[in-house]
Design a protein around this ligand. Sequence first.
Ligand code: G1P
Length: 289
Amino acid sequence: MKVRKAVIPAAGLGTRMLPATKTVPKEMLPMVDKPVIQYIIEEAVAAGIEDILIVTNRAKSAMDDYFDYYPELETRLNQAGKERELIEVRRAADLANIFYVRQKETKGLGHAIWRAKRFVGDEPFAVLLGDDIMRAKKPVTAQLVEAAEKYNACAVGVQKVSTEAISKYSSVKVSPLEERIFSVSDMNEKPRPEQIFSNYAILGRYVLTPAIFGILENVRPGYGGEIQLTDGLRELCLRDKMVAVDFEGRRYDTGNLNGFLEATIDFALDHPATGPWLRRFIREKAAQL
Ligand code: G1P
């Protein structure tokens, strides 16, 4: 099983980050010096993925402009001797083969993934949710691809969350296969207390087979009246082999204000241009609190 393609659903309305996301796509908000979506694309590329489809909507054209060349800007940077900036601006456009399709109607994550059917064809593919940035030594997508290849199975990225938090996610029914890897036999989107299978929640990363498309075509609206990817995966795991990978790394939900700020601080602390300064600034601030 060789995973060469990835799908990034990025067609949400960004309602948890208003008013900032009224005209700027949430995926384009700056995380230190790069937009959120670039971290996701870099993770996919680091897992050996060459072709990436971003599922967008009519308010997201800033994303395809970003991954394009910008000759006027590049000429200006060149003339001004701004070599580092020039390299970074060019690099974003050369990261991967990026394709786009519009969701057209906001009908849920499952419906957004279904729009990737033609792009995916008959190969396995990775899904990286556009809001979820991972900070990990080994890219989380690479961890999933490895498990999917080893078990010749679909894979979902999971971590344990608290019982209060699980109702915000999907809860998976798991039985252990080896350290950090489980087999999956059932799951529930946004479970009520009596529906919780385990505290393992799927967190934004998947490796799937095209069998999901036929299933999604027939999935009825679920939680929130939307076509839920989890409802499709539930059927997929009943039919085919699926593993859950308790991945190593920290996940940030950049689609809400707190998660966005946590990620900003952690990434700025890691960044050579801002890290030393931010450390001093936080110490000074903490002393005043
Ligand atoms: C989505 C998925 C859910 C998953 C969560 C975190 O929910 O539907 O299964 O657990 O992402 O990756 P949302 O954040 O869109 O409510």
